[in-house]
Design a protein around this ligand. Structure first.
Ligand SMILES: Nc1ncnc2c1ncn2[C@@H]1O[C@H](COP(=O)(O)OP(=O)(O)OP(=O)(O)O)[C@@H](O)[C@H]1O
Ligand SMILES: [Mg+2]
Length: 358
């Protein structure tokens, strides 16, 4: 059983607070992702778990065992780096065997374990190849095999796919996820790519300037972002602000500029200023003469820009006071979307997320 418990962990570099009082519990067998912009402290936190960076304060435990006071090789973690860190002067087999030699595993067992690890990453029979004879995706597989061969309790991956092209990234992230699930290993994955994080994680921690902004399942992080920072970091959205003017049934009505928005549940407090978010794909076009779905609210907008992206069409529209509202549409006939024309949009008030005042 390997839960990872991080308690009030901090680390500074001079005047930079890279990680500040982070507390987190990662479950046994969980695929947990640290997501955030460049410089928010993801790598620093991962390196502290691996033992490559000392803590200023706090503690880290695997299960009941405190590990932050142990040297890296006694923590039983496998780490995969962004740049592979493959030794060019060793063969594939030599690279994968490296950690086993360092741990004084008997030679007879090494060959067997290297073969098993290479098989796991679909590189059976590549032992004798040299790193310069491999593609980027294959090099990354060698790096993963090398981290798994020591049978770590916890697998740590720091932007392992960032050197690969877009299509290979998508393929490899699926492979990493599958491998993690079949081994049942606890994995901590670092990325600044929100789509990657959503696609492969059991849970995500969004980091900002050394602290955790929100920790939750992918769909909750995306749909119920608790702060504007999280909402904006997780893809395109409409961030708006206004004042709560009245209640209407189960909805609160927020006046934002010249437009009224309906919000379900989350907002209380008449007269208060609130920020809220409405995802572009939560908006639907209502054709002239069609009814607005039961319980939904509607808006009148003018089309100001149309971007056809194949599966998706992104439309920028303007509310009566000129505020921009982004809309994302699936399979909408383009001839219904002419710049300058009016549109009626509708949305489910449950898809509006209100934020607490900062
Ligand atoms: N060894 C170091 N010496 C001085 N400052 C450091 C060191 N390591 C990290 N920092 C600083 O700590 C902060 C967090 O860095 P970190 O590498 O953890 O960020 P990150 O979230 O991994 O960013 P990226 O997405 O760019 O990899 C940054 O401001 C960085 O400049
Ligand atoms: Mg980093």
């Amino acid at each position: 059983m390997t839960t990872v418990t991080i308690e009030r962990v901090s680390r500074s570099f001079g005047s930079v607070h890279a990680v500040r009082e982070v507390s987190l519990e990662i479950r046994d067998g969980e695929f947990f992702t640290l997501l955030g912009p460049s410089g928010c402290g993801k790598t620093t936190l991962l390196r502290m778990i691996a033992g490559f960076c000392e803590l200023d304060a706090g503690s880290i435990s695997f299960g009941a065992r405190r590990i932050d006071t142990l040297p890296p090789h006694r923590r039983n973690t496998g780490m995969v780096f962004q740049n592979y860190a493959i030794f060019p002067n060793l063969t594939v087999g030599g690279n994968v065997a490296y950690g086993l030699h360092a741990r004084k595993v008997p030679a007879a067992r090494i060959a067997e374990r290297v073969a098993t690890a290479l098989k796991l990453v679909h590189l059976d029979g590549y032992d004798a190849r040299w790193p310069h004879q491999l593609s980027g995706g294959q090099l990354q597989r060698v790096a993963i095999a090398r981290s798994l061969v020591i049978e770590p309790e916890v697998l740590l991956l720091d932007e392992p796919l960032s050197n690969l092209d877009a299509q290979l990234r998508v393929e490899m992230r699926g492979e990493i996820r599958q491998l993690q699930q079949s081994l049942g290993i606890t994995a901590i994955y670092v990325t600044h790519d929100q789509e990657e994080a959503l696609a492969i994680s059991d849970r995500i921690a969004v980091m900002r300037a050394g602290t955790l902004e929100q920790v939750d399942k992918p769909d909750a992080i995306y749909r119920d972002s608790t702060t504007p920072f999280v909402a904006e970091f997780l893809g395109v959205t409409n961030l708006l602000s206004g004042t709560i003017t009245r209640r209407e049934g189960a909805h609160a009505v927020i006046k934002a500029g010249a437009t009224e928005f309906h919000v379900e549940g989350t907002v209380t407090g008449l007269g208060e200023a609130v920020a809220f978010c409405l995802r572009p794909e939560a908006l639907r076009v209502i054709a002239p003469g069609d009814a607005i779905p039961d319980g939904w609210a509607s808006l009148e907008v003018l089309i100001s820009r149309v971007e056809f992206l194949g599966a998706l069409t992104r439309v920028e529209t303007q509310l009566a006071d000129g505020t921009m509202l982004r809309v994302a549409l699936l399979d909408q006939p383009l001839e219904t979307l002419s710049v300058g024309h009016a549109l009626t949009l509708a949305y489910d008030p449950r898809r509006v997320t209100g934020f607490k005042a900062a």
